[in-house]
Ligand binder design. Structure first.
Ligand code: PLP
Length: 367
């Protein structure tokens, strides 16, 4: 059966239907092997091909330079909140790191890093995660081991549309929720990581891209499964990797490539998110997006309904009304309330159009 649901979930998120169908078709007998990928030894030649295909597509789509290692790890984005400081905070003697805290996820990452060294929040603390402090207000520490930021704050709907300037200090980025949604110059980063469950696959695998010269500096208490040097040298096979998730990621990346790659995903993401922001902007404050225009996310559009601080009864009606039309998972994160529309790569323009039309209709009915 074709799915009738339009799924706007923030992650795990929609996977292109063609990918699900292919996975279904291959589930019992993968490519004539007589077994399922779910059953396959991670040390077999067949799985090696799957692993290499996923890595090759990642490298191709983002043009990842040869002096970067690509790893497929477990532990999610949150695992890397620990993995990053455990591997990098010891790069310099002071064991100190600079963090930009622009939302829920970078805040969690900074807290985790405090367990392993000194953390400096480089800008005045924000009382609400609705903007990115102007770089002129940042105080970067030249002896920091790295500068950390989250490119897209999934909960708050805040996205960087620029790359922080770090004066030569290693730049580390959590791209979990805007991975492969635009071209990225990987050579500008020390580490990029992201869970696959939003733009590039399903839960279980976390991609970590690391520049080779940063390997081998892990603190001695770093768990071996999070040790970049060990995992990079063993091609992510120190222990059993999340094999099925790596396979699904390969299929999603193939879909991404066949649909124009990152440049096309960027164009579409601008088009889709503008459709929703345009409705918000033209709504005479019936819909209100709290995020500064300059950093409104292309991936997660957050807004309140009825009034600026949100009319909760009306928001409930909005979610119910959308759900009756097959549009699911629009409720905002419990910490911020309101509505959140996740527009990852697999969401189509038509699906976004359907939501924009519903928003206009809902306003007419309830204003
Ligand atoms: N970073 C970002 C930007 C996220 O959106 C999330 C999860 O939604 C995480 C990190 C945490 O990822 P995980 O749940 O895979 O640990």
């Amino acid at each position: 059966d074709q799915k009738q649901t339009i799924y706007f979930g923030a992650g795990p998120a929609k996977i292109p239907q063609s990918v699900l169908l292919q996975a279904q078709q291959e589930l019992l007998n993968y490519s004539g092997t007589g077994i399922s990928v779910l059953e396959m030894s991670h040390r077999s030649a067949d799985f090696n091909k799957i692993l290499n295909k996923s890595e090759g597509l990642l490298r191709e789509l983002w043009n990842i330079p040869d002096n970067y290692k690509v790893m497929f790890l477990q532990g999610g984005g949150s695992g890397q909140f620990s993995g990053v400081p455990l591997n990098l905070i010891g790069l310099k003697e002071d064991k100190c790191a600079d963090y930009l805290v622009t939302g829920t996820w970078s805040s969690k990452a900074a807290k985790e890093a405090e367990k392993y060294g000194k953390v400096n929040i480089v800008h005045p603390k924000l009382d609400a995660y609705t903007k990115i402090p102007d770089p002129s207000s940042w105080t970067l520490n030249p002896s920091a081991s790295y500068v950390y930021y989250c490119a897209n704050e999934t909960v708050n709907g805040v996205e960087f549309n620029f790359m922080p300037e770090t004066n030569g200090v290693i730049l580390v980025c959590d791209m979990s929720s805007n991975f492969m949604s635009r071209p990225v110059d990987v050579s500008k980063f020390g580490v990029i990581f992201g869970g696959a469950q939003k733009n590039i696959g399903c839960a279980g695998v976390t991609v970590v891209i690391v520049r080779e010269d940063l390997l081998g500096h892990a603190l001695k208490e770093c768990p071996i499964v999070l040790d970049y040097k060990v995992q990079a040298e063993m091609n992510s096979l120190y222990n059993t990797p999340p094999s099925f998730s790596i396979y699904i990621m390969g299929l999603v990346l193939e879909w991404t490539k066949n649909n124009g790659g990152c440049a096309a995903m960027e164009t579409l993401s601008k088009q889709k998110s503008s459709m929703i922001y345009d409705v918000i902007n033209a709504s005479s404050n019936f819909y209100a997006c709290p995020v500064d225009t300059a950093c409104r996310s292309r991936m997660n559009v957050t807004f309140r309904v009825g009034k600026k601080e949100g009319d909760e009864a009306l928001e409930k009606k909005f979610v119910e009304g959308a759900s009756k039309r097959g549009m699911m998972a629009l409720k905002g994160h419990r910490s911020v309330g309101g509505i959140r529309v996740s527009l990852y790569n697999s969401i189509t323009v038509e699906e976004t159009e359907a939501l924009a039309a519903f928003m206009k209709e809902f306003q007419k009915e309830h204003q």
